[in-house]
Design a protein around this ligand. Structure first.
Ligand SMILES: [Zn+2]
Length: 128
């Protein structure tokens, strides 16, 4: 059983699923879901970031207040491993887009009203 052909690392790295069930350092059998080898402590896979609720709220508020930055933050979270990070990234990007659309609409309304007011002022003055 020791002459098992080695699993191609190219195949392993191309799949998202953590398939190595053997520690690359000490070759002890490990669970694919482990983040660290229980025997030697080697990192098996990147631990998904756990983001606290407070951090998420700050992030979402940041996305709403600073729309262009929110896209960068969202993409950064999308790159992190773990389901939670991906969801946070998607929410951040969606919030950023909503915020952008809302601010464009508000700005458009503001300038429409402003130019209307200016035009009224002008026509009043011209009327005299
Ligand atoms: Zn190990």
């Amino acid at each position: 059983m020791e002459n098992e052909p080695p699993i191609s690392t190219a195949v392993l790295s191309s799949t998202n699923e953590p398939s190595p069930s053997q520690c690359p350092a000490c070759h002890v059998m490990i669970r694919p879901s482990d983040y660290f080898c229980f025997n030697c402590g080697k990192e098996i896979q990147e631990k998904p970031r756990v983001t606290s609720l407070l951090t998420q709220i700050v992030l979402y508020i940041g996305c709403l207040l600073l729309p262009p930055l929110g896209i960068i933050w969202g993409v950064r979270y999308l790159r992190y491993k773990g389901r939670q990070s991906k969801i946070i990234g998607i929410i951040a990007i969606v919030l950023t887009i909503i915020s952008l659309v809302v601010s464009i609409v508000i700005a458009k309304n503001f300038f429409d009203n402003l130019s209307k007011a200016v035009n009224e002022q002008y026509s009043k003055q011209l009327g005299f």
